[in-house]
Design a protein around this ligand. Structure first.
Ligand SMILES: [Zn+2]
Length: 339
């Protein structure tokens, strides 16, 4: 291999293919103990669903490249692990599904699973439900038995999945995959989306709580993901058009408080919290709420959730009351969103 004569741009491109998008360390609680977790965002050929339309809020495929090979991914992972050093858990995110062999070639996925098994590190991966099969489960479990697999259910309401998110699967698809995982003893992390577009703030809170209630019996952990406005998405277009506002932090607090007792570990640490593109309040009370959410996420104690006395709380309560009436929403949630 010799690219000494290539232009700078080509050299950078070639280098990018075998370099992970991002790598960092964070704390994670596993079986009640805080461990160092390594996070690796791999550059892949992209999510299969993105290639056929994609989800309204997802901009992760901005980093994907269809020419990425198995060897590129193995190199990305190897370099990332060297940088991370000793970790008790490894979270490997692709832009789509770890179990989709078109996105993650079989050689690369088995290499990653084996490497984590050899190091005794718990592995967290993500997949759409259609790739979660008896075959894919048993192939992984033959190599490593400490795996947490995340599914982005987002909403347990098929109308929200179809019209607000364009998710491309149904609640029944999630239920099938989640049941299979339970039978195989694989821990499920369910992602719950807070405030998909076209829902009022109140509808969004009720939808997230209903989703958590649906997912709890299947899940080892649940992550409430407040929408953050990502580049190149439908949500971004709506946001720029004054037709979408990310959720209030009051809503994140409400969902955290109501879902904390459901059983599974609950993660509520909004990406981009306190910014215009992320979940935010008035600007005055954002930081104290965000710190409370972080403390709750690591301790699981609802007493750590901070509810500051801030005047924007009154505005928020009024908004919940009035928004549906003003923007032509549906005050009768059960009528519109009946499953
Ligand atoms: Zn405030």
């Amino acid at each position: 291999m010799n690219d000494a004569g290539a232009g700078g741009r080509d050299r950078r491109r070639r280098k990018d293919k075998d370099a992970a998008v991002a790598v960092w360390k964070e704390k994670e609680v596993v079986d009640g103990k805080a461990v160092d977790a390594g996070v690796i965002i791999l550059r892949t050929s992209g999510c299969s669903h993105f290639h056929s339309g994609g989800c309204s809020m997802c901009g992760y495929n901005i980093e994907s490249d269809r020419s990425i090979s198995e060897a590129d991914i193995v190199k990305q992972f190897g370099d990332a692990m060297t940088r991370l050093g000793e970790v008790g858990m490894v979270k490997v995110y692709t832009s789509g599904s770890f179990l989709d062999e078109r996105e993650m070639p079989a050689g690369a996925s088995s290499h990653i699973v084996k490497e984590c098994a050899d190091r005794g590190a718990r592995l967290l991966i993500e997949s759409r439900p259609e790739y979660i099969t008896g075959d894919s489960m048993s192939r992984m479990l033959a190599v490593h038995d400490d795996i947490e697999l995340a599914i982005g259910l987002e909403s347990a309401n098929d109308k929200v999945l179809k019209h607000s998110i364009n998710k491309g699967f149904t609640v029944a698809d999630y239920d099938r995959a989640a049941t299979l995982m339970k039978e195989n003893g694989v821990d499920l992390r369910t992602y719950i989306l807070l405030k998909p577009p076209f829902l009022t703030e109140k509808e969004a809170v009720e939808d997230a709580v209903a989703t958590a209630e649906h997912a709890a019996p299947f899940s080892y952990s649940m992550s409430v993901n407040a929408v953050n406005v990502q580049k190149g998405t439908l949500v971004e277009r709506l946001w720029k058009d004054w037709s979408y506002r990310p959720p209030w932090l009051w809503s994140v607090l409400e969902v955290a408080g109501r879902c904390a007792g459901l059983g599974p570990k609950l993660l509520c640490d909004p990406t981009g919290g306190g910014t215009q593109r992320g979940a935010h309040n008035c600007g005055e009370c954002d930081q104290v709420i965000l710190e409370g959410l972080k403390a709750f996420t690591s301790s699981q104690q609802t007493s750590r959730l901070a509810k500051p006395a801030c005047s924007c709380g009154d505005m928020y309560s009024t908004l919940l009351e009035l928004e549906g009436k003003i923007v032509g929403g549906t005050p009768d949630l059960n009528r519109f969103f009946r499953r």
